[in-house]
Design a protein around this ligand. Structure first.
Ligand SMILES: Cc1cc2nc3c(=O)[nH]c(=O)nc-3n(C[C@H](O)[C@H](O)[C@H](O)COP(=O)(O)OP(=O)(O)OC[C@H]3O[C@@H](n4cnc5c(N)ncnc54)[C@H](O)[C@@H]3O)c2cc1C
Length: 485
C-alpha cells in the first residue's frame, strides 16, 4: 500500500473509476487509484483467452458510448496510445428469410435497406440525430433540469415507450427486428417502459460517431486513461482488493467503483440505517453467458452485410427476441437466445494471426445461472452462418459465476451494475438528491450502479467526482456541454 495522505482515493479502475480519478487529479488534488486485480481496466481488459496470438476482449468490445462520451472526448487519449478502427457497418441483423437489416454511419443508407419502412425510420431517427450532440450530455447524466428541454422532451416522448409499442410504426419484420435487437441491450422484457431509450441512443450514436473498436483490444482504452492519469501526477496501486476501510490511506474523499452489495460489505458500518436498507433493496438483473472463439476463417454469414459488420445481432424477429428476453427475465433458459456477436479481427488485424479470426458473443441468462449455453449460442450462429462450427479452432467460456469471479462488480453475471428499468434508471443506486453521495461524509459511489448506468463512457465516474469536488473541496465545475468534439 502506498504510504502517505491523499486528497482522494478511488477504489476500482473500471472506466468509471478511471474517469473519477482523472477529474479529481485534473483539479489539483493528489489521487490514488486502487485496483484489486493485477491489471487495471475492469470491463476494459483483453487477453489471449484461447490460443497464442489471438487477442480477445474479456468484457466490452464495441464502443459507441466511449466514442460519444462527453468526458472522454475532452482527454488527449490518442496521445496516450488509443486508436479506433471503424467497421463499414456498425451492426447487422440477419433474418431467416436471408435478408439483413443494418445500421451504419449514413442514416439514409440505413433507411434504404428497410424498403417500405424507410420513411418511418427517417422520421424516428432524423430529429434525434440532428440534436444528438446537444442532447448527449443531458442524457448521460443524473436526473436534472436539461439544458435543452425541448430536444429532451422530444427524445423522452419516444424513449419512454416500450419497444413493443414503438415498433408498431414499422410494417416490415426487418425494421421491427432491428429495433428489438438494439433494445435488447437493456436486458429487460421488451414490453417494459423505456426499453426504447437504449435502442434510440445506440442508433443515434451510429449515425453520428459510429461504433468503433479499439485497435489492439479494449484494454487500450483503459491503458490510455491510466497513462493520461499518471502523466498528470495520479498514482495507481494494483493487486489490492479492498474489504475494509481500514485498508485505505487517509483521504478526504473516497470514491468506490463498486456496486451496492460490495459497498455495504466495505463501508456498511459507516452508513445510516435507512441508507443501508435502501442499498440492500437494490436489484440486480439478468446475467450473461459469454464465449470467445479463435477461428480459422471469418464467420460465413449467409447475408453479405453481416460479413462486414462489427456487431451482429442474432435473434431473427421482434417476436423471437421479445420471447427470449421475457423467458430469461422470468428465470428460464431460452431455447433460441438472442445473441450479441462481435467480430473485431475483421477490422483489426492485430487481434489474430494472418488469415485467422476472433469472435466474441454472449447471450442473456437468469441471474446466477451456471447453465452452459455454448450449444444454444452456436446453434443460433450456425442458423445464419452455416459452416460456422467448422471454422472453430478453440473457444473459451464464462458462465455467470465465472463472470462474477473475474470481476466482483458483475453480481450474478449482471454486466450493467444493476437492473436498468424505470425504477432504477435515475434513482440508481437509491433515491437521493445526488445518487453519488452516501449517508457517510466523504464516501461516494461512482460505478455503473449510478446514473447513467452501464457501458463504457466514464460518465458515472465523472459526475461522482464532480459532486465530491463540490462537497468536499468546494469546487463547482461548469456544465459539460460544449465538449462533444
Ligand atoms: C461480457 C461483457 C460485454 C460487454 N460489452 C460492452 C460493450 O461492448 N460496450 C460497452 O460500452 N460496454 C460493454 N460492457 C459493459 C461495460 O464493460 C461496463 O458497463 C463497464 O465496464 C462498467 O464500468 P465500471 O467502471 O462501473 O465498473 P467495472 O468496469 O466493472 O470496473 C470495476 C473495477 O473495480 C474493481 N474492484 C471491484 N471491487 C473492488 C475492491 N473491493 N477493491 C479493489 N478493486 C475492486 C474490479 O476489479 C474492476 O476492475 C460489457 C460487459 C461485459 C461483462
Amino acid at each position: 500500500m502506498k504510504k502517505g495522505d491523499f486528497d482522494a482515493v478511488v477504489v476500482g479502475s473500471g472506466p468509471n473509476g478511471l474517469a473519477a480519478a482523472i477529474l479529481l487529479q485534473q483539479n489539483g488534488l493528489s489521487v490514488l487509484l486502487i485496483e484489486g486485480k493485477e491489471e487495471i481496466g475492469g470491463g476494459l481488459r483483453s487477453a489471449e483467452l484461447t490460443l497464442p496470438g489471438f487477442t480477445h476482449d474479456i468484457c466490452s468490445a464495441i464502443h459507441p458510448l466511449a466514442a460519444a462520451s462527453p468526458f472522454f472526448n475532452t482527454l488527449p487519449l490518442h496521445q496516450h496510445g488509443l486508436a479506433y478502427t471503424y467497421p463499414d457497418i456498425d451492426a447487422a441483423h440477419p433474418f431467416d428469410n436471408g435478408k439483413a437489416a443494418i445500421v451504419k454511419r449514413s442514416i439514409n443508407e440505413t433507411a434504404d435497406v428497410l424498403g417500405t419502412d424507410k420513411d418511418a425510420y427517417l422520421n424516428l431517427l432524423h430529429p434525434l440525430v440532428n440534436q444528438w450532440p446537444e442532447l448527449l450530455p443531458d442524457i448521460l447524466a443524473p436526473l436534472h433540469f436539461p439544458k435543452h428541454p425541448v430536444a429532451m422532451a422530444g427524445f423522452g416522448l419516444n424513449a419512454f415507450k416500450p419497444v413493443t409499442h414503438i415498433t408498431k410504426r414499422f410494417k416490415t419484420e426487418e425494421a421491427k427486428g432491428l429495433f428489438a435487437g438494439m433494445a435488447a441491450h437493456t436486458m429487460l422484457p421488451l414490453s417494459n417502459m423505456a426499453t426504447s431509450a437504449i435502442a434510440l441512443a445506440l442508433m443515434a450514436s451510429s449515425h453520428t460517431k459510429g461504433w468503433p473498436i479499439p485497435k489492439g483490444g479494449s484494454i487500450n482504452i483503459a491503458k490510455a486513461l491510466a497513462s493520461y492519469f499518471t502523466s498528470i501526477g495520479g498514482q495507481i496501486e494494483t493487486g489490492l482488493y479492498i474489504k475494509s476501510l481500514d485498508q485505505l490511506p487517509s483521504a478526504k474523499a473516497v470514491l468506490f467503483d463498486v456496486t451496492p452489495k460490495q459497498l455495504l460489505q466495505i463501508a456498511g458500518h459507516k452508513f445510516s440505517n435507512i441508507y443501508k436498507w435502501q442499498l440492500a433493496r437494490y436489484r440486480y438483473g439478468m446475467g450473461v453467458f459469454k464465449i470467445d472463439w479463435a477461428l480459422d476463417a471469418p464467420i460465413p454469414f449467409k447475408a453479405e452485410a453481416c460479413r462486414s459488420a462489427g456487431t451482429v445481432h442474432i435473434g431473427n424477429t421482434l417476436q423471437e427476441i421479445a420471447t427470449s428476453e421475457q423467458q430469461t427475465w422470468q428465470g428460464k433458459l431460452s431455447e433460441k437466445p438472442f445473441v450479441l456477436l462481435a467480430q473485431q479481427s475483421i477490422f483489426d488485424p492485430t487481434r489474430a494471426p494472418a488469415g485467422k479470426h476472433t469472435a466474441w458473443a454472449y447471450c442473456h441468462v437468469p441471474n446466477g445461472s451456471v447453465a452452459d449455453r455454448t450449444l444454444a449460442i452456436e446453434d443460433q450462429i450456425e442458423r445464419f452462418a452455416p459452416g460456422f462450427r467448422e471454422t472453430i479452432l478453440a473457444k473459451h467460456t464464462f458462465n455467470t459465476v465465472e463472470m462474477e469471479d473475474y470481476n466482483p462488480n458483475y453480481i450474478g453475471g449482471d454486466i450493467n451494475g444493476g437492473v436498468f428499468d424505470i425504477g432504477q434508471l435515475f434513482t440508481r443506486p437509491v433515491l437521493r438528491r445526488s445518487p453519488y453521495t452516501t449517508s457517510a461524509k466523504g464516501l461516494y459511489i461512482c460505478s455503473s450502479s449510478t446514473p447513467p448506468g452501464g457501458g463504457v463512457h466514464g460518465m458515472c465516474g465523472y459526475h461522482a467526482a464532480k459532486r465530491a469536488l463540490k462537497d468536499v473541496f468546494g469546487m463547482k465545475l461548469a456544465y459539460l456541454s460544449s465538449v462533444y468534439v
